[in-house]
Design a protein around this ligand. Structure first.
Ligand SMILES: Cc1ncc(COP(=O)(O)O)c(C=O)c1O
Length: 384
């Protein structure tokens, strides 16, 4: 068999990190794992109850709708209206997803041909580039301006002419960068001018602090003509294991995604959709305690770094710190020093692309006390 596209894709850095983590555990080492972004909090009680009832409900045991359960549609329409003032047509502007990671991949795969270009932020959540490569298309990396906005003017016009999709991710993983509605409007205008689909990945819509409310691209007037937005239950509601998300926006893009998905699957698990329905219905009561916990963790971590002399800036969204590898350390050398020294597992920046070299990511997935302990270990390891 000729070489398959899959074999041309570089290994996933997170696998390599897993190997190092497992090797350390096998040596009997105690670890504080702040590498992965998997929320450690419980699934909200109202969601658990809804899932328990649904599991015993005979009317829900058949195959799910291809697109979305009507109750889930209604919950999302209510959430988007209440949270962003965005009105959606549920029959044409919504689709359930089994997580936004898969959804992003499916959207890219259903909108690109070999030789097409996908415009990806230079530091990025890995699926943006990997799904593009799986499609036989080419990721072209958009540099950041110093304030975190995308420098679209820096792009080669010949590459932009081949582009089909522009991906934006604010609040960003791993960068923690946020964006204004005006800036989102600039991306909408760019996409409209160039005939691109704008894909906004809004995985951290509810994880913001200090009174900052994360905007939706669909708040930009006319955005639904060019944009789709991915939302997920994973981070906002501690539901990463449930695999429930949705995409909203541009009608023909959602119809195309539906065609793609219906050829390979049967819709999203009804149990997951019932869980997501409960979560979005009760978002106003579920989110505040989860946000307060992350804020306390962020503050403990930032304070511990600052006490150690690291001038860390407190992010106003996401569940991460995105920090510089101390001078004198290579990327993996730093990761290994932290595992072997204080037993702290962090993610090396190159997991998020070449432009992530020289950085590392700390996730707020431990208690405030453990995070402060991790920060002290990190600070101590930089002195050698
Ligand atoms: C920016 C971003 N997008 C998407 C995802 C995937 O989320 P989901 O669990 O919905 O697949 C993540 C998860 O870490 C993320 O950080």
């Amino acid at each position: 068999m000729a070489r398959h596209t899959l074999d041309t894709i570089p290994p996933y850095v997170f696998y390599e990190l897993d190997d190092r983590r497992m090797a350390a555990r096998a040596r009997g080492q105690q670890l504080i794992d702040v590498g992965i972004g998997s929320p450690d909090g419980p699934i909200p009680a109202v969601v658990v109850e809804a899932m328990q009832q649904a599991a015993a409900d005979r009317s829900l045991s058949g195959y799910p709708n291809f697109r979305m359960h009507p109750a889930y549609q209604a919950a999302v329409v209510g959430y988007m209206q209440a949270r962003f003032g965005v009105t959606l047509d549920p029959s044409a502007q919504l689709h359930a997803l089994a997580g936004s990671k898969e959804g992003i991949a499916e959207l890219i795969l259903s909108h690109t041909n070999p030789g097409d270009v996908v415009l990806v932020p230079e530091v990025y959540y890995p699926v943006y580039a990997r799904a593009t490569l799986l499609a036989g298309a080419e990721p072209v990396y958009v540099p950041f301006l110093p304030d975190g906005r995308l420098d679209l003017d820096a792009l080669d016009p010949a590459l932009v002419a081949r582009a089909k999709v522009l991906i934006v991710n604010y609040p960003g993983n791993p960068t923690t960068m946020t964006v204004t509605l005006d800036e989102l409007a600039r991306y909408v205008a760019f996409a409209e001018r160039r005939g691109l689909l704008l894909l906004s990945d809004l995985a951290y819509s509810e994880l913001s602090f200090d009174g900052f409310a994360v905007p939706s691209v669909l708040q930009v007037p006319g955005a639904e003509r060019v944009a789709v937005e991915m939302h997920t239950c994973s981070k906002s509601f501690n539901m990463a294991g449930v695999r429930a998300a949705f995409v909203a926006g541009k009608r023909d893009a959602i119809a195309r995604l539906d065609r793609y998905r219906s050829n390979i699957g049967y819709g999203v698990s009804t149990l997951a959709q019932v869980a997501a329905t409960a979560a979005f219905t009760h978002h106003a009561t579920i989110v505040p305690p989860i946000g307060a916990e992350y804020r306390a963790r962020r503050d403990a971590l930032v304070q511990a770094f600052r006490a150690g002399g690291w001038p860390v800036v407190a992010p106003r969204a996401t569940m991460y710190l995105w920090l510089d590898v101390p001078a004198g350390f290579g990327d993996w050398e730093w990761v290994d020093a932290l595992i072997q020294g204080p037993g702290v597992v962090v993610t090396p920046g190159m997991a998020f692309g070449e432009a992530g070299r020289g950085k590392f990511r700390v996730s707020f997935v431990q208690s405030a006390e453990r995070l402060a302990e991790a920060a002290r270990g990190i600070v101590a390891s930089a002195r050698r």
